[in-house]
Design a binder for this molecule. Structure first.
Ligand code: ADP
Length: 518
């Protein structure tokens, strides 16, 4: 029996200690026992501190109070994690595990993730500021990758290729690449981990996860459940670090010969750096980077659907989503109706502490995000844009809140036009013709998501093909799904996550030629 099946039974019989207490918000202090709240990292099946003993604080963006501390690991800890993941893959035999065994583990993890939804949501909301309903939504989405890749694990087929010579047999088989380094962002602290880790593990890889410094607690909660699901030691490792150690950790993951692939979701700036660092070892890399999504409302659009889509696409996670609409292009004939309906809806948004019922807009994640959003709006104002509503910080709610904002008269010399704002700001451009809209929409080096609303069938097919993005929402503002291929073109990234293609990032095709057959 493979060694890791023995681990399963042990882990399943383990009694889970309930020990930690978390304070969720300033206004609504809920003290509960949360057994998923961890304050150590996870290497080789053990909960560990940093070798240096260093820790860093994790704070609640609602009130900037400290929620807890986690290890501030550096390259020494990472070296241990790399060795562990490497040995687990090779000498400890994970590479010989069957897809059926891996599928069973992932299904068990999925089951535990589902039964612990409420607790994960509380942890996620407390460290990310995301409204609780959105945390639960992300958990549904994040868990769906574990379920999906549990199913996909069984379908990593190879091919028998028709041979040109009678005495030969040719086969293509898919094999796991080895150790995968996964670097994830704070805006989806759960789903960005499962979208990568479940695919990699389904493929037969071992993983080292480096979660974002703002949201390591969600990552560790998921890890706790993986441990309980019986993941063998060394298959899933988590190295937490503060921002100051992130660069050296990223560099070592890219440089180490024991790491076979990197998958990164985050800023374009860091993505470019990792791409360069991987060049030296010709290392496989998947990048899911920033976007600058257009949201086009054509004259024929269904107004209600367009306004609903705009609200969903923009204000989810306070606009801190890489597929958030960034530039709204609205055609002349529908402009006034769209704007008045949109303004009505924006004014109704409930702002506050995300742990409270009904809150739709929480704080931004940290000070640097707040400064960036404020500066973008200020820059637009100074260059002649009109702020129709919002446009300011909301200290009455907390020090990281920014008001839902609509800005019109956008011009191409403004930062709001050219860069991803990653905040609750709707920037509007008025246009006359389809050609003009396409030129504006495509006039960027980013190409992650795009959205448009039209009821003209010819236009729908034409614009779907002409918009330069990896993903398009046609009359739809929420497009993410485990079944769909997520990824961008241009500088928005390479590779695809989710869908049947997600596993391809973690396998290579090996050609087997059986010759001289008699
Ligand atoms: P953001 O600016 O939104 O935080 P980043 O791209 O900086 O986005 O961060 C995404 C992830 O990348 C986080 O886990 C962060 O710690 C990590 N990171 C930041 N800088 C580097 C770097 N130089 N090399 C590797 N990872 C990094």
């Amino acid at each position: 029996m493979p060694v890791f099946l023995l681990f399963n039974r042990v882990a399943l019989n383990r009694v889970v200690m309930r020990r930690d207490v978390i304070e969720l918000s300033a206004t609504n202090i809920i003290r509960r026992k949360l057994h998923l709240l961890q304050n150590q990292a996870f290497i080789n099946g053990k909960w560990v501190d940093a070798l240096s003993g260093q820790k860093f604080d994790v704070t609640n963006p609602v009130n900037e109070q400290t929620l807890g501390t986690v290890p501030d690991m550096n390259v020494d800890d990472l070296n241990e994690a790399i060795d562990t993941a490497y040995q687990t893959f090779y000498s400890k035999g994970w590479h010989t595990s069957t897809s059926k065994e891996r599928a069973a583990l992932l299904k068990k993890w999925f089951h535990f993730l589902e039964t612990n939804r409420q607790e994960i949501a509380r942890i996620m909301t407390s460290e990310s500021g995301k409204p609780i309903a959105e945390s639960l939504g992300e958990i549904t989405y994040g868990n769906s990758f574990v379920e999906w890749f549990a199913e996909e694990a069984r379908r990593v087929y190879g091919e028998i290729v028709p041979t040109p010579q009678a005495n030969r047999q040719m086969m293509l088989i898919k094999q796991p690449v080895g150790v995968a380094g996964l670097i994830t962002p704070w805006n989806f602290p759960h789903a960005m981990i499962t979208r990568k880790a479940a695919a990699a593990i389904a493929a037969g890889c071992t993983v080292i996860i480096k979660p974002a410094e703002d949201t390591p607690l969600t990552a560790l909660a998921l890890t706790k459940l993986a441990e309980e699901a019986g993941f063998p030691k060394g298959v899933l490792n988590v190295v937490t670090s503060s921002r100051k150690n992130a660069a050296s950790i990223g560099e070592l993951l890219c440089r180490s010969e024991k790491v076979a692939a990197i998958s990164f979701t985050g800023s374009t700036e860091v993505g470019k750096l990792l791409y360069k660092q991987c060049a030296n070892g010709i290392k496989r890399i998947g990048l899911e980077l920033g976007g600058n999504a257009p949201f086009i409302v054509f004259d024929s659009a269904d107004l209600n659907k367009a306004v609903d889509g705009a609200m969903n696409s923009k204000f989810r996670n306070c606009g801190q989503t890489c597929i958030s609409a960034n530039r709204f292009l609205v055609q002349d004939g529908i402009y006034d109706r769209f704007m008045s309906r949109l303004l009505e809806r924006v004014k109704q948004l409930k702002i506050g502490d995300g742990s409270q019922d009904g809150v739709q807009i929480g704080p931004l994640i940290n000070r640097s995000q707040l400064t960036k959003v404020s500066q973008f709006v200020e820059d637009a104002k100074q260059k002649g844009a009109e702020v129709v509503c919002g446009g300011k910080q909301l200290p009455e709610h907390g020090s990281l809140y920014f008001a839902p904002t609509i800005v019109t008269r956008l011009r191409n010399d403004m930062r709001l036009y050219n860069e991803e704002v990653f905040g609750p700001v709707i920037s509007i451009i008025r246009f006359k013709t389809e050609d003009e809209a396409l030129k504006i929409a495509n006039g960027t080096q980013r190409g992650l998501a795009g959205y448009f609303y039209s009821t003209d069938l010819n236009q729908v097919f034409r614009v779907s093909k002409l918009l330069e993005s990896g993903m398009i929402g046609v009359n739809e503002g929420l497009i993410s799904s485990a079944e769909a291929a997520f990824g961008g073109i241009k500088e928005s990234g390479i590779g695809r996550e989710g869908s049947k293609y997600g596993i391809d990032e973690y396998v290579y095709i090996k050609y087997l030629c059986y010759g001289n057959l008699e």
